[in-house]
Design a protein around this ligand. Structure first.
Ligand SMILES: [Zn+2]
Length: 146
């Protein structure tokens, strides 16, 4: 199902982990408004970058989220966050560009120099910027772009 000009619902739900474990990761009807909000914001992200974005993780049902080690309160489980990368540049360059372009978000995380996590809020976007790094095998979140 096409949601906007550049995004389909399938991009939000496909997951190799869900396929492998036969987890049904389809979006419940009550979360569709969140997905639509996320997609409309992602169009602005794409516009700011000027390049397509490749979603590596979008919606995660609670079972899938638990299997990939996501925190139970993850915005992914509400359809309000995606992990992505883009040919625009490194995750840090992408984050900087989105900040400079004034894109609204609740949380923007540069994750391990490998991908970008962006989350949105249906009420108020807080513009929180974090960098995720490994410290002794554990992920820690530093303030800002490091
Ligand atoms: Zn994420």
């Amino acid at each position: 199902m096409k949601l906007t000009e550049h995004f389909t619902l399938d991009e939000f739900t496909r997951s190799t982990t869900a396929n492998r474990l036969k987890i049904d990761n389809s979006v419940p009807a009550d979360l569709m408004p969140n997905i639509k909000l996320t997609v409309s914001q992602l169009e602005l992200v794409r516009q700011a970058l000027g390049t397509p974005i490749i979603i590596t993780s979008g919606y995660r049902c609670p079972a899938l989220n638990a299997r990939v080690g996501g925190v139970a309160t993850s915005a992914h489980t509400k359809g309000l966050a995606v992990d992505f990368h883009s040919s625009f540049g490194t995750p840090k360059e992408i984050c900087q560009r989105l900040i400079d372009a004034g894109v609204e978000f609740d949380k923007l995380i540069q994750e391990h120099n490998q991908w970008v996590h962006i989350g949105f809020s249906p009420s108020k976007n807080r513009q929180i910027v974090l960098t995720a790094v490994k410290n002794g095998g554990k992920t820690v979140y530093l303030n800002g772009l490091v």
